[in-house]
Write a protein that binds this ligand. Structure first.
Ligand code: FMN
Length: 225
């Protein structure tokens, strides 16, 4: 698959088939993505590739955590200013519309949110972590760690696309970072950046009919000569 085709075919999958992804395919994807660039080749990422009964334990613990105060290691703005707020709102509105869920149907919206806690049914999840000592070093926050994690995340997703797999880069899987650390036997120093649920896309799931839009080239890029 050429790179542009992989970029265009990748989209966030919010409904997976339960079929497991062979471990050798997961290894191939993660190993390939290790060639991602990073600031000073620091390679700040640490990856936990979780499947099987361990992932089931995590999903169960997440369902039990619903309603509790999230423990997010990397903070997120609760409100966005414009024009970013409208872009954010369009995603969930678009997904729910495809699912035939009315905007005011709080019950169905809540159920879909809870489905996110179950990683949208994905049989595996790749958690991306960084070390606290590097993220907070020399009295500064090393934001480039997060940037680097974004680079490896996209490469993981493109390689997964090439393997016929669906993914979603998501914060929802790391909303309870403390729960993850406990179940994965990790020390407090491992900060959870994001999770990438991965598996075979359930193309019959209406949520997957949604495709996000992008601003046009002339709106976001200027070419100087
Ligand atoms: C850092 C990051 C965090 C995200 N977190 C979530 C999430 O928690 N839940 C969700 O449904 N989508 C999440 N997404 C997916 C975005 O909504 C999605 O990438 C965006 O709408 C563009 O759509 P596309 O991935 O289908 O191209 C996240 C994406 C990124 C890059």
């Amino acid at each position: 698959m050429d790179v542009l085709a992989a970029i265009n075919n990748r989209h966030s999958v919010r409904g997976f088939k339960p079929d497991p992804v062979p471990q050798e395919i997961l290894k191939k994807i993660v190993e390939g993505a290790l060639r991602s660039p990073s600031a000073s080749n620091s390679q700040p990422w640490e990856l936990a590739v979780v499947s099987g009964t361990k992932l089931e334990e995590i999903k169960k613990a997440y369902i039990e955590s619903i309603g509790k105060m999230p423990v997010l290691d990397i903070s997120i703005a609760l409100q966005y200013p414009e024009p970013w707020a409208s872009r954010r709102a369009a995603v969930m509105a678009g997904v729910l519309e495809k699912m035939g869920v009315a905007r005011d149907d709080k019950q169905k919206r809540m159920e879909f949110g809870q489905y996110g806690s179950k990683l949208w049914g994905a049989p595996s999840c790749i958690y991306i972590m960084i070390d606290r000592d590097f993220y907070y070093s020399n009295n500064a926050t090393n934001h480039w760690n997060i940037f680097d994690c974004g680079l490896i995340a996209e490469n993981i997703m493109l390689l997964a696309t090439e393997q016929g797999l669906g993914t979603i880069p998501a914060i929802q899987p790391v909303l309870f970072a403390d729960v993850l650390r406990k179940l994965l036997g990790l020390p407090d120093s491992k900060l959870m950046v994001m999770g990438i649920p991965i598996g075979y896309e359930d193309t019959n799931n209406a949520a997957n009919k949604f495709r996000s839009t992008r601003e046009s080239l002339d709106k976001v890029a200027k070419f100087y000569t």
